[in-house]
Design a binder for this molecule. Structure first.
Ligand SMILES: Nc1nc2c(c(=O)[nH]1)N[C@H]1C(S)=C(S)[C@@H](COP(=O)(O)O)O[C@H]1N2
Ligand SMILES: [Mo]
Length: 331
């Protein structure tokens, strides 16, 4: 068993930093969280496994309990991005095209009640309420890199579980080859869905085997709390080896199909954004290189750019999915 001790720059909360939420939720949560702090480091692995998410957020949103993932590749050792950066530097075009706009504009998004409809080529199509989804499998904390095609990246402790858990429940038919992810369109709360920047709803898709890969995360939270609205509340996808845009936010429909679905950025500019969109330093975007990236939070005057890793560093886990494929053609 791997015992996760203090990761570089991964600050455990001091008792004085424990959020009001946890005090409100009671002593057990508080003790679990403290077990991951300085004293907890001396304890055996189970303490860490049992613990709540350890990445302190300011307590703006409700706490979401999670155990640390034990999945290979799910706990990146890179320094975790500051919550402030992860929640104020966003792409969520329904709320504006500027990085700061989603945090300002998305607060009107109504995340309750919420349902996600599963349809298409499955034995058990169903409507899941958010509450059903939250209960469907155990919540895990996974620390994934997220890299945008624009050339920046962050490291975020997400909370959720493998999308595969949900897929198994609905039993895809043999004819299902792709999974389409449809996100919310609500002109009342989303100022930009009347605009022409993209076609709405924002749609993403994966091949079924990519969607079934255990690293593909159905996420409900980050930094130990439910997702901020600007990060795709109440439920989004996180596909860590693909450019950020493959990770659709505020999902309302998951559809199983036999044909490759048309996706938002591919429709907008097919020569720039392919269906696969795997992070690949060897395939340039037509207008810029993809060989390096800027890590958000490291952008001081002398900060060096980082080398972008094949499949965003998840090659050992996902490389096999693309064996024999021409990744220049299938970019
Ligand atoms: N519905 C929706 N989902 C979306 C987007 C969007 O504009 N609308 N932007 C994508 C892009 S380009 C990126 S890089 C990530 C950003 O996620 P973050 O803001 O949580 O970092 O969300 C993706 N999911
Ligand atoms: Mo992106």
């Amino acid at each position: 068993m791997i015992i996760h001790t203090q990761r570089d720059g991964f600050a455990h909360p001091l008792p004085s930093e424990i959020t009001g939420q946890e005090i409100y939720q009671g002593r057990r949560a508080l003790i679990q969280r403290m077990a991951t702090g300085a004293a907890g480091l001396a304890l055996a692995g189970w303490a860490g496994r049992e613990a709540l998410a350890t990445s302190a957020a300011p307590g703006k949103n409700a706490a979401l309990a999670a155990t640390k993932s034990t999945l290979a590749g799910a706990l990146t050792m890179d320094k975790v991005t500051d919550y402030k950066d992860a929640s104020t530097y966003n792409n969520f075009y329904e709320f504006g095209t500027d990085k700061a706009e989603p945090a300002q504009n998305a607060q009107t998004l109504k995340t309750s009640p919420w349902t996600v409809e599963i349809e298409g080529l499955v034995k058990k199509p169903a409507k899941y309420t958010l509450e059903d989804l939250l209960k469907l499998s155990a919540q895990e904390e996974r620390i994934y890199r997220l890299r945008c095609v624009e050339g920046w990246s962050m490291v975020i402790p997400w909370v959720g579980y493998s999308l595969a858990e949900l897929i198994k429940k609905v039993e895809p038919l043999g004819s299902a080859k792709y999974v389409e992810f449809v996100t919310l369109v609500d002109p009342k709360t989303m100022p930009y869905v009347g605009s022409q920047v993209l076609e709405w709803p924002y749609v993403e898709a994966l091949r079924l085997d990519e969607a079934m890969h255990p690293l593909t995360l159905l996420s409900f939270g980050m930094y130990g709390e439910v997702l901020p609205k600007q990060n795709g509340a109440p439920v989004r996808l996180v596909v860590p080896w693909k450019y950020g845009f493959k990770s659709g936010k505020s999902l309302v429909k998951i559809r199983f199909t036999d044909k490759q679905p048309a996706t938002a950025w591919n429709k907008a500019a097919a020569n720039e954004y392919g269906f696969y969109s795997n992070v690949n330093p060897n395939v340039d975007h037509p207008r810029w290189s993809q060989a390096t990236e800027r890590r958000i939070g490291e952008d001081g005057l002398f900060a060096k750019k980082r080398k972008t890793l094949m499949f965003n560093g998840y090659e050992a886990q996902v490389g096999q999915l693309y064996a024999g494929m021409d990744l220049k053609k299938n970019f």
